[in-house]
Design a protein around this ligand. Structure first.
Ligand code: HGY
Ligand code: MN
Ligand code: MN
Length: 418
């Protein structure tokens, strides 16, 4: 009689993969940098392609740049179980964000194959293209393309040099006219599972090993351009100025004030540009690029209105004009309650301390949730640090996440309805 063996993920292989990936970075920046469309990003995705093939997957890079590997299941008509994350990073980021989900997915496949645990469903590993927000204000590009949410409007977005996103993709060898080919049919998908680091302090504070994500935060991103008048800094009296820099600064503080009104509110201005950028010239043009976040849909709507009003007031009281643009954002995304229950049961059965929580970070899972039943598993981040070189998750914690992911995959494979 054939005995069923448990899949055993191996720490050494997971650590080695994370180490290897961490070497494919832009050394001119602090931390670990592999921003989408950079040469390091291309190299990282080709590394993922080779690793998928080494793990026995049939793998390719699709029309938008997603790396996709498939292990055929016993029932070709059953939808695929998808798992994975992203390998692009923010500038000066860490070596775990996204990487853990891709490396964990690879190790789940290896462990299942070694245990001779072929699934009924196809198991698909994806390294999603361009998860982090780019200079065009767009994030989760690969998952948007798969789910049919990459529009002509997205491709027409411009960066601050006026370059269109479609042209930036073409320059990197991605044909914007062919992106429809990346789209999937949702009836061919059973579920999406993403393993990720928490990127915040909650799990460490609670002593939780596995976080079960209930909702992923909504994000409202914007660009605001203030246009005033350039003047001499020493001779122009304060009350006669049209200082675009001060209008922008007031708006930066309004973002902090509005977001601080609620515990779940977040507001960040990540980029400020003053022109002419000279110490003795009143600023003529100021551009800010920022975001508001919350898992609460109604509050996010309120915050958007409050911010728009505040920016308008900051501009109008100084005789400055305002050009305010909302960029593609995301509504809060609820994970599948059925999958969440399955995850809780699996993780509890494995003996891991776990709790349900919302994600303050955005993820491809938020895009996938509108397309197929989706769940996320978190592992803790030291001191909640992320998007910085100090981002860290202990190997044993990563391995617990890979273990939980592997067992969840096998449970989803054998559970009739998700
Ligand atoms: O920006 C985010 O929340 C994610 O880390 N991409
Ligand atoms: Mn990130
Ligand atoms: Mn991420």
């Amino acid at each position: 009689m054939k005995t069923v063996r448990d899949p055993v993920p191996l720490q050494e292989r997971v650590d080695d993969d994370l180490d290897e990936l961490s070497k494919i970075v832009d050394d001119s920046q602090p931390g670990w940098t592999r921003t989408a469309l950079s040469e390091q990003d291309t190299a990282g995705r080709h590394w993922a392609l080779r690793r998928m093939r080494d793990a026995g997957l049939e793998a390719h890079i699709d029309a938008v740049g997603n790396v996709i590997g498939r292990w055929a299941g016993r029932d070709p008509a059953a939808g695929a179980i998808i798992t994975g994350s992203h390998t692009d990073t923010v500038p000066g980021g860490g070596r775990f964000d996204g990487n853990v989900g891709l490396v964990g997915a690879l190790e789940a496949v290896r462990a299942l194959r070694e245990a001779d645990r072929r699934l009924d469903h196809d198991l698909v590993v994806i390294d999603f293209f361009g998860e982090e927000p780019n200079d065009f204000g767009l994030s989760c590009v690969g998952s948007r393309a798969i789910t049919g949410d990459l529009t002509g409007e997205h491709l027409a977005l411009t960066d601050d040099t006026g370059t269109r996103y479609a042209d930036a993709l073409a320059a990197a060898g991605i044909d914007p006219a062919g992106l429809d080919k990346a789209r999937w049919d949702p009836s061919r998908v059973r579920a999406f599972l993403e393993l990720h680091i928490e990127q915040g302090p909650v799990m460490e504070q609670q002593g939780t090993q596995i976080g079960l994500v209930s909702t992923i935060t909504g994000t409202a991103r914007f660009r605001a351009l203030f246009h005033g008048r350039r003047d001499h800094s020493g001779t122009m009296p304060m009350h006669l100025r049209q200082d675009a820099g001060c209008a922008a600064a007031g708006t930066v503080l309004a973002v902090e004030r509005i977001a601080g009104e609620q515990e779940h509110g977040r507001g960040t201005i990540g980029s400020v540009t003053f022109t002419p950028d000279a110490v003795n010239v009143v600023t003529e043009r100021a551009e800010i690029f920022g975001e508001l976040r919350s898992p609460e849909r109604d509050w996010l709507q309120y915050a958007r209105t409050a911010l728009l009003e505040a920016a308008g007031t900051e501009a109008a009281t100084r005789g400055v004009t305002l050009d305010f643009e909302w960029l593609p954002g995301k509504a809060p995304a609820a994970m599948s309650p059925t999958l969440l229950d399955i995850c809780a049961d699996v993780v509890g059965g494995l003996g891991y301390r776990h709790s349900r929580m919302y994600s303050g970070a955005e993820h491809d899972a938020a895009v996938m949730a509108a397309f197929c039943p989706t769940a996320m598993l978190f592992v803790p981040s030291h001191a909640g640090r992320s998007h910085c070189p100090e981002e860290w998750t202990d190997s044993a914690d990563v391995l617990a996440g890979v273990h939980a992911l592997t067992e969840t995959i096998t449970r989803v494979d054998t559970t009739p309805a998700c």
